[in-house]
Design a binder for this molecule. Sequence first.
Ligand SMILES: Cc1cc2nc3c(=O)[nH]c(=O)nc-3n(C[C@H](O)[C@H](O)[C@H](O)COP(=O)(O)OP(=O)(O)OC[C@H]3O[C@@H](n4cnc5c(N)ncnc54)[C@H](O)[C@@H]3O)c2cc1C
Length: 414
Amino acid sequence: MKRYSAFAIAREAIRDHMGWERAWGNPEPRPKYDVIIVGAGGHGLATAYYLGKNFGITNVAVLEKGWLGGGNTGRNTTIIRSNYLQDASAAIYEKARSLYETLSQDLNYNVMFSPRGVMMLAQTEHEVRGYKRTAHANALQGVTTEYITPSRVKELCPIICLDGPRYPVLGALWQARGGTARHDAVAWGYARACSAMGMHIIQKCEVTGVETTDGAVTAVNTNRGTIGCSKLGMVVAGHSGQLADMAGFRLPIESVALQALVSEPIKPCMDVVVMANTVHGYMSQSDKGEMVIGGGADGFNNYTQRGSFHHIEETVRALVETFPMISRLKMLRQWGGIVDMTGDRSPILSKTPVDGVYINCGWGTGGFKSIPGSGWAMAELMANGSSPLADEFSLDRFREGRFIDESVAAGVAH
Ligand SMILES: Cc1cc2nc3c(=O)[nH]c(=O)nc-3n(C[C@H](O)[C@H](O)[C@H](O)COP(=O)(O)OP(=O)(O)OC[C@H]3O[C@@H](n4cnc5c(N)ncnc54)[C@H](O)[C@@H]3O)c2cc1C
């Protein structure tokens, strides 16, 4: 695979751009692979990438029922931060955030990581206490965050109204090296790098069954035939329950649609990401100028990847208190993605009751930020049977009552 570079752009400019290669291949499935990953979202592709990069395992296929990056990875609002409360969470999210810092260079693909800073507003005394506690925990964990005053909030984000009618801004938890990245580019960058290592990314290939012999995985059934494998990674977010069902085990997980919307593009007015958990909404401005707005999850379990009118009203009504200027914006489009929610709002990276089958799911409303760290840990788990970053997140924790409670850090999502 030819490298992307300034020189390559100049070369192609004088060749009428006829020399660019396809970013990834379109192969026919082989009869058998060492590893099959189901799901070509960010987590599945990152797992494949680090299997190749860190462990030299390249006889890998990533099977995707739709198009790569077409699940939650291509539908999220791209907030990246690592200011979680529990040690195990801070470790994996900070690993991911630090990998994002150099991901473009690593993948030779511009993922547009923008560490513009993320602030989580404290709008009740309860949140003030909670975020101060998280800032102290982060200091011990080596995650750089700080608790900032309302005047600093206003300095960083002038369009905020500090004296909202119900919830004045009392301060914020600020992570200066948090930010955003371009979601499609993350999926595309990993896909291109996997393809360059000789891995197969097979789109429009839906897994419909899992074959086992003596309790160990041997193959998957797909709409393109049966494909053998020695190890199987299930990385399908909201469809994890369905995949687990195919392999004969159950997961402590619920699937629900999470919605987001964007406004018409406007001139640059906000160069940080703001999350307002009490009023329940968050906002950032995209490079195109649109205000990217996220709200909550549907109140009932479902698999419908679309938006609904009452969410626009609920989310915008909540945010208008903190950002009065958005009351004059037209909203352009909205959408939904199927997120996978565990009871403790922490992910599952684990072996399963079926030998050779591993699962990575439960990232819920906030798994875009963790893609590089999750892929790194999942690859280690699949290659070595354990991983310091993943082991705390095993399925056993639900049996042992060893929950990693992040319902505050992940409460409003993202
Ligand atoms: C509206 C919204 C906003 C969000 N905002 C943020 C945010 O700001 N920050 C953040 O960190 N996170 C955010 N998230 C969460 C984040 O998007 C997800 O946690 C993350 O993208 C999950 O990635 P994934 O690779 O696990 O899943 P996905 O990207 O969903 O990929 C799973 C893939 O598996 C495929 N698949 C499913 N079943 C099968 C099958 N049987 N056979 C083959 N393939 C199959 C699907 O088609 C899909 O492409 C948001 C999510 C949504 C919906």
